[in-house]
Design a protein around this ligand. Structure first.
Ligand SMILES: [Zn+2]
Length: 156
């Protein structure tokens, strides 16, 4: 087992500080490091994953909303601390659609020209059975017909 090089570790630290990386992913890496399991190969695959995370502070709270960028649905949401995050609708290996923080898009394309309105969000929801606002699967008949969840319609 070859341990990660100093250069790899420095690069991981830099990327974690500069990018919007999910907290549980950072914690997972820390845990492996503490247990001495942070190998060279692992570091290499983590670096590939980190490279897919969007830059931190790349969006602001006033950009909150839904966008269509390069044929992907993109959501800018604001957390309780007032920080904005970019999430991209992504089909996982089980074929389910969900919002992911590990899909990178060109954040410069988040602007008024790519923003989508309620009508477009509902069309997407009806087609794929997923609420564009929260990313949940639309389960009841009323929501599926509306193409959006009942609580989420007010958020757009
Ligand atoms: Zn919803």
């Amino acid at each position: 087992m070859t341990k990660a090089t100093k250069r790899q570790l420095a690069l991981v630290n830099t990327m974690v500080s500069e990018r919007d990386v999910p907290e549980d992913f950072v914690e997972h890496m820390r845990e492996l490091y503490r247990r001495g399991l942070f190998t060279k190969d692992l570091a290499s695959s983590f670096l590939t994953m980190l490279d897919k995370c969007n830059d931190k502070n790349s969006v602001t709270a006033d950009q909150r909303g839904l966008y269509k960028i390069d044929n992907r649905l993109v959501r800018v949401a604001v957390d309780r601390k007032g920080k904005a995050h970019v999430r991209v609708m992504h089909r996982n290996s089980n074929g389910e659609l969900h919002y992911s923080s590990n899909v990178k898009i060109d954040v410069r394309k988040i602007n008024d020209s790519t923003k989508i309105d309620l009508d477009m969000a509902q069309k997407f929801g009806r087609k794929y059975g997923v609420c564009c606002v929260c990313g949940r699967t639309l389960t009841d008949a009323h929501s599926r017909a509306a193409g959006i969840g009942p609580k989420c319609i007010d958020k757009l």
